[in-house]
Design a protein around this ligand. Sequence first.
Ligand code: FAD
Length: 596
Amino acid sequence: GPGFETHDYDVVVIGAGGAGLRAAIAAHDAGARVAIVCKSLLGKAHTVMAEGGAAAAMGNLWPDDNWKVHFRDTMRGGKMLNNWRMAQVHAQEAPDRVLELEEWGALFDRTPDGLISQRDFGGHRYARLAHVGDRTGLEMIRTLQQRAVALGIDVFMEFTVTELCKADDRIVGAVGYWRETGRFVVFNAPSVVLATGGIGRSFQVTSNSWEYTGDGHALAMRAGASLINMEFVQFHPTGMVWPMSVRGLLVTESVRGDGGILKNSDGERFMFNYIPDFFKAETADSVEEADGWYEDKKNNRRPPELLPRDEVARAINSEVKAGRGTEHGGVYLDIASRRDPEFIRRRLPSMYHQFKELAGVDITQEAMEIGPTCHYVMGGVEVDPDTQQSSVDGLYAAGEVSGGMHGSNRLGGNSLSDLLVFGRRAGECAAENAAKHSNERAAVPDSTATAAADAALAPFAEEGGENPYTIQKDLQDVMHRLVGIIRKREELVTSLTELEELKARAEHLSVEGNRQYNPGWHLAIDLANMLIVSECVATAALEREESRGGHTREDFPMASDEWAQINLVLTYDGESVGLARQPLPVMPDDLKELFD
Ligand code: FAD
């Protein structure tokens, strides 16, 4: 572009979490010249925060476990709205991806026999999370990052991509800027992989890091790709509720997997009151059976604390609403009275320190206070289940930014495995696509690059406009109040009106100072993305008149057979979000048999 720093690659991967790093390695191995771009420092992506583990039916600890059981659990957890083909590929390939990670140096926890240890998590029939204490994401990123760097893959860090560029209806590159200097950069590339993660920062209480502003979702839409399942946002049942400064911070599900139970302020272990019919056959209905399960899984059913996350989050919400909450508006999560201190410190070292340092609570002695927190978005870029390509030629998506795999609710541990399985596939296919275009390289047109930079710089020219921090705060308030864990028609209608008002206000943002490391300006750019994505969530939530997984409608409390066959697809015309119903892909008969 005119005066822009410019780079040519075969594949540009946006995002350096598990999905991005795995995609970059795969694209490199397939012969492509690859760049990884990320907003934070390399090694700081959201994936490092993942605690519990990566789900993979290794079949080592539980010989009866295999991909079919994992596939079935995943589909049931997602209330059958998952793209069946993605769920199948995921369950089939996850064990190889975990073993490969081990080959590359990841040090998973072991069984006494030296096999990769497997941890229990909600919704999984067998213990099947490969883990490293409660710091699995950190080990995963460390391993992938070391490999990517050793392979010589170029990394652009502290760098934000603001626009994808197309010519002749296909991807030709991307435009972004160095966060430190504010200087713009053009990438020419026939393939771009989005691996930008989630959207949690649009909500008031969230476990997500500052990077989660839905950039990839919005970039894809502006480039003409579609999103699906955006009404399905996962509220994790256990986030910290105090101190206020860390409200929403995650308390890993491993606490329950390792024996922790939920109690209300009357001291009642209340989850037995919330077992839905759908899961009755596989859930313990007495304390004795539930407690017996940890040692003897053959003869006991799972404790109700390990129901899928949507069920547990709604139960906690109901207890608090009924006046049986704790001092700070949560419920108790108790492992202190259930396991000895040495076990707790060994299995849950991060949790031990997190509570000790932030709340002054010793979790080996006292119960934790917890409540639901916005954690994960099931919805995302609509992709081909085998190649991860979006509806735009040359644009791929993998990891949390992509949609379909998890249906209406993701099982714990299924994200880390998703990143590896689909990151690899996206990288390979992106490299293949680049090779196809090797003789007719298109470049980002100068006018496109200039327009993208001008749009990003607009808030500097506006005098006396709105403060981006104020709008972000108002947006989080709207999403929390009207599009949160329990929804209803009137509130969703109001949310869309309020979002329109916020969008209008956001047309006139002002930022102070200059382009050098200017957080207010960075937020101004992110805000546009947060607003589009929030509109998608609210629009789809209003349309889907049923309750399923991460989407609960007070006015339509049951799942409906009709809606069980429908995906909602969202597109963007440059001004507002459009919505269409699309029939669910039909599962082949040999897989259907698994559900009788
Ligand atoms: P990320 O790891 O978030 O990476 C996104 C990358 O994109 C970052 O590098 C970011 O800088 C970059 N990026 C974003 N926008 C831009 C832009 N505009 N320009 C340039 N770069 C950009 N899942 C499990 O399976 N098991 C667990 O135990 C588990 N524990 C979790 C614990 C916590 C506290 C949280 C919050 C989540 C947990 N999850 C877990 C979910 C899981 O961690 C995430 O879904 C997953 O890490 C997402 O990975 P990703 O590769 O898609 O994105």
